[in-house]
Design a protein around this ligand. Structure first.
Ligand code: GLA
Length: 391
């Protein structure tokens, strides 16, 4: 059964190419619940796939030219050639698709040309990983259309490598992992040293996650993301000079880090402190959730934001203001920025019966203070990527 959004994509596909798509693959966006910038430090993250997704329709074609459109955004099909995949135009949305193809080819696999179409109900560039959703839905569609079959972890790595090498942001595996391994009504606890999902953690009954967008453009390509990563790696390398068992910040706990306070550059120390404490917060969060101690879990969300603000400096005044409002409104038990930061979204854990009122109030307060009209989206944890249709 096609959903409404898939029906629209299939109809647009038919009117663009005069044929039905062979199949449609779906990949969701994600919410980073706790564990900020810990993934590329081989640490832990608690995340969820959301129901909002990107859908990628495909039908193989002949020759060298691939055509692709994006419903409601770049409606007219655009073209690129298979023989010049490595050529990229900066800022072009098709780079995310071409990057995936380059990574598939780098792994020694062949594919032909195709007609494709994309549709999404994920907010773009906001911190819900619309780029990973595009990469993963594209990869899944290419696999099914050209008879390839990657393991889910390899598929995640293809998405990540395309982002690292083609787009040029040194992101970790969190976004692709969450999009692939997400579970309905559940959070997933991932270990990014082992690259695996350790377990699913139930979302407490009676609470909703409201996503409030700061509307400050979140675009990791232009951000300090890579600088933050370098700082973390420098801190780990410095500590490793004195402690042989340390490979990444994953191997450091907060007590041990204190011994290095004077030895690290103050900025690197603060970045490292954020990571080390985030890892500890993720593990405490899981145990609080499993004990049903939702209030302590909520406090960790607030603590995480404070650490982003002070130590990692990946917040911004608008996000800080959203969290300030969260502290003052009834019904919210925890809130923080979510994702790369420097703008983008914040997540708010709110009692179900207060959720509607909370969403309206936070929008009003934000508008009053900043003059910015924002969205407040009720998000539910959805299932991971799938290939919705094969005829
Ligand atoms: C972005 C990156 C992820 C992760 C988060 C921060 O979403 O793509 O790999 O590092 O930021 O936790």
């Amino acid at each position: 059964m096609k959903t409404e959004i898939e029906r629209k994509l299939a109809a647009d596909f038919e009117s663009s190419y005069g044929k039905e798509p062979l199949l449609i693959a779906r990949a969701p966006g994600r919410l980073e619940i706790l564990g900020n910038h810990t993934d590329y430090n081989e640490g832990f993250v608690l995340s969820a796939a959301v129901e909002q997704s990107t859908f990628f329709a495909i039908s193989p074609s002949k020759g060298d030219i691939c055509r692709i459109f994006s419903s409601g955004w770049k409606d007219k099909p655009e073209e690129f050639s298979i023989s010049t995949l490595e050529e990229k135009t900066p800022g072009d949305w098709k780079n995310y698709v071409k990057g995936v193809l380059c990574e598939i080819r780098r792994r020694g696999f062949q594919f032909g040309s195709f007609d494709a179409g994309v549709i999404s109900d994920l907010p773009l560039s906001s911190g819900m990983s619309s780029s990973a959703a595009l990469e993963i839905s594209a990869c899944l569609a290419f696999e099914k259309a050209f008879g390839l079959d990657f393991s889910p972890v390899e598929r995640a790595k293809i998405g990540q490598a395309s982002e690292n090498k083609y787009i040029g942001v040194k992101t970790g595996l969190l976004d692709q992992f969450s999009s692939i391994f997400g579970k309905k009504d559940s959070l997933i606890l991932c270990d990014f040293r082992e690259n695996k999902v350790l377990r699913n953690v139930s979302i407490p009954q009676g609470y909703s996650i409201i996503v409030v967008n700061s509307m400050i453009k979140h675009d990791l390509v232009d951000s300090d993301y890579n600088t933050r990563r370098k700082s973390c790696e420098r801190a780990a390398a410095e500590i490793a000079k004195f402690a042989k068992n340390v490979r990444t910040l994953r191997d450091v706990d907060s007590k041990f880090l204190e011994e290095f306070r004077g030895k690290l550059h103050i900025v690197d120390y603060r970045r490292a402190r954020h990571i080390v404490e985030e890892n500890e917060r993720v593990l405490s969060a899981v145990s609080y959730l499993e004990k049903g101690d939702i209030l302590s879990f909520g406090k960790l969300l607030f603590d995480s934001h404070e650490s982003s603000r002070i130590n990692f400096e990946n917040s911004c005044p608008e996000l800080d203001y959203l969290i300030e409002i969260a502290h003052s409104l009834p019904g919210c038990i925890g809130a923080r920025l979510s994702g790369g930061g420097f703008g983008g979204i914040s997540i708010h854990l709110v009692k179900d019966d207060e959720a509607g009122k909370y969403a309206r109030r936070i929008q009003a307060a934000y508008l009053l203070k900043t003059g910015i009209k924002t969205d407040a989206l009720l998000c539910r944890a959805g299932g991971g990527a799938e290939c919705a249709e094969k005829k």
